[in-house]
Design a protein around this ligand. Structure first.
Ligand code: TYD
Length: 134
């Protein structure tokens, strides 16, 4: 669990005829201690969220419902992950440019992060991000 690479994490699935259950807990599935949870919902068609990087913050993004794409950029190349199952999470380390787009109707994006909200964590200028990556 020490890798700082962008990657998909598969959560446990407890299959049940009454309905399935998945979970994550510190620090078995999530490679950090969770300080904050937020969610993005009611996204109008064609809208995009994010489009920034974090200086030190790490996060895991889950499509709890519906689907959306997470587009990541490491300063060199772009990687796109389509999230559409609630038992997969995408781990995004710090210093990765990331945006969420292509939200389906009624999609619900859950994000857990290792830090509380702090505007100072954000890099909102892509050129500044690329310069810092070098
Ligand atoms: P922001 O992270 O900029 O959203 P996105 O990356 O999707 O464009 O957050 C939008 C606003 O919401 C920001 O001005 C501050 C507020 N906010 C909080 O107060 N707490 C939070 O945990 C988050 C994620 C945002």
């Amino acid at each position: 669990m020490s890798s700082r690479e962008c990657r998909i994490i598969e959560f446990p699935k407890v299959l049940d005829e009454r309905g399935n259950l998945s979970f994550f807990q510190d620090e078995d599935q999530i490679p950090f201690s969770i300080a904050r949870t937020y969610w993005i919902y009611d996204v109008p068609g064609g809208e995009m969220r994010g489009s920034h990087a974090y200086k030190t913050l790490q996060e895991v993004i889950v499509a709890l419902s519906g689907s959306f794409d997470v587009v990541l950029h490491d300063g060199d190349k772009e990687m796109k992950f389509q999230l559409n199952r609630s038992y997969y999470g995408l781990y995004v380390p710090n210093m990765i440019w990331r945006r969420l787009e292509n939200f389906s109707t009624n999609s619900l994006a859950l994000v857990v992060a290792d830090k509380v909200y702090d505007e100072q964590e954000y890099i909102r200028d892509f050129e500044e991000f690329q310069a810092l990556r070098k």
